[in-house]
Design a protein around this ligand. Structure first.
Ligand SMILES: [Zn+2]
Length: 185
């Protein structure tokens, strides 16, 4: 069942911690995504958690197999962006994270990761390689959707970097950004 509470919870008020342990089935009020499906829901989670309704791109409501009935609470509303690279296009303050130095203090922001070869040379745009991920950083902790466990999890920045570097193999780059203006945080 879609959770009204999750859909309406902006980060920062009780906090993104309310999403911890929840699967995409509890997060998406449109009903797109099932635990165990082969979709990557990391951007989808970020979109709903931040109530991110702006920006050009593929949204979850557009991926539903059928139109919602007019009786549905989300009928006629726009869903969340679901592609990591399309979220990346719409945020400002892109800064490559130097993983060899002391990490910066990040109170609110996003962190993106992909294979270095999947970014443009100036790290302002990202391609569509499947190895890409995004999380919300609050007080130096990363809240992100774990597609293997199908639940929102939390890692320290250090743990996140270690985990994703290990998961992706090859040369990866992490880019921190601000939150989108539409996040309402
Ligand atoms: Zn959704």
């Amino acid at each position: 069942m879609p959770s009204e509470n999750a859909a309406a919870t902006p980060i920062g008020t009780p906090g993104v911690a309310d999403f911890l342990g929840k699967s995409i089935e509890a997060i998406c009020p449109f009903g797109f995504g099932k635990a165990g499906d082969d979709q990557n829901h990391c951007a989808h989670f970020v979109g709903h958690a931040l109530r991110w309704a702006a920006g050009v791109g593929l949204t979850c409501d557009g991926l539903l197999p059928a139109k919602l009935p007019s009786s549905h609470a989300m009928y006629g509303q726009r869903g969340a962006l679901v592609r990591v690279n399309q979220l990346f296009t719409h945020v400002a303050g892109k800064t490559v994270l130097d993983t060899t130095a002391k990490y910066p203090d990040i109170q609110k922001g996003l962190i993106f990761v992909s294979l270095t070869s999947n970014f443009t040379n100036d790290f302002t745009e990202m391609g569509n390689h499947p190895r890409k991920h995004v999380g919300i950083v609050i007080a130096n902790e990363v809240f992100h959707y774990g597609n293997t466990q199908d639940a929102v999890r939390k890692d320290s920045l250090t743990q996140f970097v270690k985990r994703m570097t290990g998961a992706y193999g090859g040369v990866v780059t992490f880019v921190t950004t601000g939150l989108p203006a539409s996040a309402g945080v």
